[in-house]
Ligand binder design. Structure first.
Ligand code: XMP
Length: 593
């Protein structure tokens, strides 16, 4: 079967291209720009992704120019467009106008990429550089007000370049343009998830040849699908699953995982209650990245201990993980991306094992929606496949800790925030804690602003966006649903009693979602307990989001009328105040740490 190769030049959304192409029924793989095209069989087309570098930077990603000699058609997007033009004899320079966001593309309808697409059409730009001279044989096929070379092509040579990003949903006809490119390449749309399951299993068999595989099974969607895939690919005799109860799981989670696995007929799954060890190592630790590292390392220690207890020879056993693509990119794990937070399956000890070729990650190229489609193909019940994502470090990153000195926003920032909030009739103050955010492709760690005032989603959204755009001290905004108005920070750690309260509140929220038929509407709804007292009790934040692959997300605007009963429930269960997180991602990440 012919495949489309995406060369990843380091753009945050590069893998979206491959996902979109697979959704259109064409098999697609990611390769490094430095790789050798002659090693790729059945090449039907190539897309060069965008990326954060400039083609004239000394430290730009290494590119093998042989890619431009392949017979298959090539489409370059943004940085990829610059690469094609520069390498074939054109020229790229820093543009006078930097474009971010919408632009209207005008074209004459003759390009194979624009068949069936009206002119003008709304496209999404994000660039500082531009092509100022085309290579011989190229022509301009589309322009925008600020970009003369928004679309260029040499149809005879089968080379195309687009300055904008057809892969993002904000480019209105972007998907059609990609589909037109696939037609130009002559792809039949005959690939589906079932075939992919086969391809993945073949890959697993090759990678695990002569070895056995040890997989940590949290019971979440990813590790469950990975476990099922490994069992099908290698047979249960060569697979051992280990569920580690780290004490940071949700209500009755570990028992539920074991019950489900046994019902599925798996008897090659063990359980290890290591909650004591995890909680003792987390004592006195408050920094989010430190907590993540301790949790990630402890998983490995417990796994090693279990290996020793069972007398397994480590050189015969690979360690498998249910890592999916966003875990890698957000941990700064691709060639040119920044670290936002270190996912538990990307701690240094794991990276060393990856270097040594001891880690197997069959789902590492996939986004969550693809993992779910794969899970359904493998026969995993819908209920489990469509469970909300739950982070590997579990409630550990939802139980915020801190010690004095507590954060305080500067008076000037508060005054600036008040000026913004007043325009929409809200009172604003700062919560004395910090959370992680992602802004301009980098990590932030700052205080949340809290709004009190009218329950109108539109003005809440506008106020939150204006606040995080204009006042740098805030990377997140919450809206108060109920409880007292005095917030006092206090020293707090990961303790069994705080975890117990968080579990109770989390369970009530999940129940509420199910009872009101909202569970499948949203991506997930983290419940976060803060080391802040209100009336002597800790305050809780609800963080429901809508998302497609968790790289970006918008906060969920629930039916207003249903919120008071939820708030009352949480207050009655022991919360001092209840907040609704009204921050999109970016600028806030989904989880608070
Ligand atoms: P953030 O907080 O980075 O989360 O916006 C994006 C998605 O990833 C989940 N998440 C994790 N998943 N290990 C995981 O397997 C982790 O360490 C981890 N941290 C965050 C998060 O729940 C959301 O769906």
């Amino acid at each position: 079967m012919k495949k489309l190769v995406v060369l990843d030049f380091g753009g945050q959304y590069a893998h979206l291209i491959a996902t979109r192409i697979r959704h259109m029924g064409v098999y697609s793989e990611i390769h490094f720009p430095s790789s050798d095209p002659s090693a790729v069989a059945d090449l039907g087309g190539v897309i060069f992704s965008g990326g954060p570098s400039s083609v004239y930077d000394a430290d730009r990603p290494e590119f093998n120019p042989k890619w431009l000699e392949v017979a298959a058609p090539i489409l370059g997007l943004c940085y990829g467009h610059h690469t094609i033009n520069q390498e074939l004899g054109g020229h790229v320079q820093r543009g006078e106008v930097h474009e971010f966001g919408p632009a209207d593309l005008e074209h004459d309808g003759t390009s194979p990429l624009f068949v069936g697409i009206a002119s003008p059409t709304r496209v999404w730009m994000s660039h500082g550089d531009e092509v100022d001279r085309l290579p011989d044989g190229f022509r301009v096929s589309g322009t925008t007000t600020n970009c003369r070379h928004a679309a260029v092509e040499n149809v005879e040579a089968k080379r195309f370049g687009l300055q904008f990003h057809p892969e993002v949903v904000h480019s209105v006809d972007g998907e059609k343009m990609l589909a037109n490119f696939l037609d130009f390449c002559g792809f039949a749309r005959d690939w589906n998830m079932g075939d992919y399951a086969e391809t993945l299993m073949e890959k697993v068999r090759a990678q695990a040849a002569g070895q056995k595989v040890f997989l940590l099974v949290s019971g979440g969607v990813d590790s469950t699908v990975a476990f099922e895939l490994l069992n099908k690919a290698l047979g249960p005799d060569r697979v051992l699953g280990l569920h580690i109860d780290n004490g940071l799981m949700r209500q009755s989670e570990s028992a539920g995982v074991m019950e489900f696995m046994h019902a599925q007929g798996f008897d090659n799954l063990r359980i290890n209650d290591a909650s004591e060890l995890f909680l003792s190592r987390l004592e006195g630790v408050w920094e989010p990245e430190k907590k993540r590292k301790i949790i990630g390392d402890t998983f490995l220690d417990v796994q090693a201990e279990e290996t020793a207890r069972l007398g397994l020879n480590p050189s015969e056993w690979l360690l498998a993980q249910g890592t999916i693509y966003p875990d890698t990119i957000e941990s700064g794990g691709t060639a040119h991306a920044a670290t936002i937070k270190t996912h538990h399956n990307r701690v240094p000890a794991i990276l060393a094992l990856i270097e040594a070729g001891r880690i197997l990650e069959p789902l590492a190229e996939l986004y969550k929606d693809e993992v779910r489609a794969l899970g359904e193909k493998l026969g995993i019940p819908r209920d489990l496949v469509w469970r909300h994502p739950f982070p590997g470090p579990g409630l550990g990153v939802r139980l915020l800790c801190q010690t004095a000195p507590f954060p305080r926003v500067a008076e000037a920032d508060l005054v600036a925030a008040q000026a913004v909030a007043r325009q929409h009739s809200y009172a604003v103050s700062a919560l004395p804690v910090r959370s992680v955010g992602v802004q301009g492709d980098g990590r932030t760690y700052a205080q949340p602003a809290v709004l009190q005032g009218p329950g109108d989603w539109k003005s809440l959204e506008e106020t939150a966006t204006a606040l995080t755009n204009r006042v740098r001290a805030f990377n997140r905004v919450v809206w108060q649903l109920g409880g007292g108005l005095e917030f006092t920070p206090h020293d707090a750690w990961t303790s069994r009693s705080r975890l117990e309260l968080l579990r109770t509140l989390d369970d009530a929220v999940t129940q509420w979602l199910r009872d009101h038929g909202h569970y499948q509407t949203i991506w997930q709804m983290p419940v976060v307990l803060l080391p802040v007292h209100c009336g002597g009790k800790e305050v809780v934040v609800l963080r429901p989001v809508i998302s497609r692959e968790a790289m970006t997300a918008s906060f969920w605007q629930a039916p207003m009328a249903q919120l008071p009963s939820l708030t009352q429930k949480l207050l009655s269960l022991g919360a001092g105040a209840v907040f609704w997180d009204i921050t999109h991602k970016p600028p806030g990440t989904i989880e608070w740490e």
